[in-house]
Design a protein around this ligand. Structure first.
Ligand code: ADP
Ligand code: MG
Length: 484
């Protein structure tokens, strides 16, 4: 995934820009008081405004505006103190008003940026052109009846943020990293849940290709892609198609396309010739949106610590590597879990346990952090038992597995199963004697110069002690006996 496509007559570079529709977290819709809950019975969350009855007037929902401004602040973006709502006119069966209220010339949020992290450890800053507020449309259901389509207006009027990137992305990997980072920021801010499967975040993917150093060429837009993986696949497929068009002497025409995940190709949906003229004009029912400086400052003061800042703090305060810190801040719950475990303990050890055994256990049991049988407090207690040498590292793994299986406390498991580390040198010497006596051949080889057998003897002694020997004492006892 270098972003370079080897054409017949030399390499091509991809150019990508994303338009993301993110559903605003808000109890009610952008211009009405109807509920927004996902999964409700069709047409149970529809007010007269959402159904576009004649003479109904929209009233702006302040919480949706606050969410858009919080998002803008979280993207380091310019907040436009005056913005405006326009009507975007088009006919569609699930758009009863015949227009969508959107922001065209004057969006609420202007330029900002998002820093992405790539697999090779490098970072790159991607420009965000704008963020504007708009209404969602209703939903047409074509699979409920053999000859009829049904319309559900529950979604009609729900607030969306459209977040447009600059054409700064150069590979499918970068586009994937951008979407994941944007989703993380939205979740931290609590402004969008980022669930692409439920459609609360979807992306329009703009792709073009060019020879290195050339100006941009014509782009195509792949509409409504609903997973990070599909976005990456759509980019690869669309870029390859365009290279083929250019190299066979054709011209890429600007058009809207759809991605077919089953076949892994994009196909044409509509060309520029039938591009809509939306006849945008300012919505006469809505005043310009004028923000108050103090109100914006209050929102800024209320922002949570965002992922980049948290990652930097984990590196500076806890001495984590940039990579480990990035993994742990990918969602807020994991970051909070880590901070609880690490408090007053060896933070690197805490990070290793969380990213290793703990994540593996979540995977295996299908649990999330919230319903995990091992709480942050319990994992911390396990690390304490290691630190004060009640148990050794090998037994700690065994205790952890028992914690996952039973939900019991680590101290309880250690006591009930007799897993305390053995530091009694008499018991250790006894085990050493028994092991050496049982392997006279290996002992002879060792004495003959085969030093590597030392590890074998350590393993055998630990086995003889059911894994509970103090490793340092076992090593020392063996060394003494063998050099005698
Ligand atoms: P429109 O208003 O027609 O949708 P925009 O200027 O808003 O056009 O651009 C839409 C998206 O297309 C943006 O994300 C932008 O980064 C991207 N884009 C613009 N030009 C190109 C190009 N040549 N190749 C790839 N993406 C592009
Ligand atoms: Mg656009």
């Amino acid at each position: 995934m270098s972003g370079v496509i080897e054409g017949r007559d030399g390499p091509w570079e991809m150019v990508i820009g994303l338009e993301v529709h993110a559903q605003v977290i808000s109890r009610s819709k952008l211009f009405s008081g109807s509920a927004t809950e996902f999964g409700a019975e069709p047409n149970t969350q529809v007010s007269l405004v959402d159904a576009a009855f004649p003479g109904m007037l929209p009233v702006i929902n302040g919480e949706c505006v606050a969410q858009a401004v919080r998002t803008g602040l979280g993207l380091d973006a310019h907040i436009n103190m005056v913005s405006r709502f326009d009507r975007k006119n088009y006919f569609y069966a699930d758009l009863p008003a015949g227009y969508q209220i959107s922001q065209y010339a004057h969006p609420v949020v202007g330029g900002g940026s998002i820093e992405i992290e790539l697999a090779d450890g490098s970072t790159k800053r991607i420009g965000v052109t704008r963020l504007h507020l708009e209404q969602d449309a209703g939903k047409s259901l074509h699979d409920q009846h053999p000859s009829k389509s049904f319309i559900d207006l529950n979604r009609s009027g729900i607030a969306l943020m459209e977040i447009v990137s600059e054409p700064d992305l150069r590979t499918a990997e970068e586009a994937g990293a951008y979407l994941r980072k944007l989703r993380t920021i939205l979740r931290y801010l609590g402004t969008c849940d980022g669930n692409m499967e439920e459609g609360s975040m979807r992306a329009d993917v703009n792709v073009s290709v060019r020879r290195h150093g050339e100006p941009f060429r014509t782009r195509c837009e792949v509409k409504n892609v609903n997973s990070v993986r599909f976005v990456m696949q759509a980019i690869e497929a669309e870029a390859a198609r365009q290279v083929e068009v250019w190299e066979s002497g054709g011209t890429v025409e600007q058009e809207t396309r759809l991605f077919d995940p089953a076949r892994g190709v994009t196909r044409s949906m509509r060309s520029k010739e039938d591009a809509h003229d939306y006849r945008y004009f300012p919505d006469p029912d809505l005043l310009p949106l004028v923000l108050d400086e103090g109100w914006v400052a209050g929102l800024r003061a209320g922002l949570p610590e965002l992922p980049d800042a948290k990652r930097a703090r984990f590196v500076a305060e806890h001495g984590l590597s940039a990579y480990d810190a990035a993994v742990l801040v990918a969602d807020q719950e994991t970051a909070a879990f880590f901070e609880t475990v690490a408090a007053g303990r060896d933070a690197k050890l805490a990070a290793n346990w969380i990213m290793g055994d703990f994540f593996a256990a979540l995977n295996r049991t299908g649990c999330s952090i919230g319903d995990s049988p091992v709480s942050a407090g319990a994992l911390g207690q396990l690390l304490d038992l290691l630190a004060d040498r009640t148990i050794n590292g090998r037994i700690a793994k065994e205790v952890f597995e028992a914690m996952v299986d039973t939900g019991e406390s680590p101290a309880g498991i250690v006591e009930s199963r007799g897993l305390r580390q053995v530091t009694d040198t008499g018991a250790i010497d006894g085990a050493v004697d028994r092991v050496l006596a049982a392997h006279p051949d290996k002992l002879a080889e060792y004495r003959g110069g085969k030093d590597k057998l030392f590890g074998f003897f350590v393993g055998q002694v630990m086995k003889a002690m059911a894994g509970k020997g103090n490793p340092a004492l076992v090593n020392e006892a063996l060394r003494q006996r063998l050099s005698a």
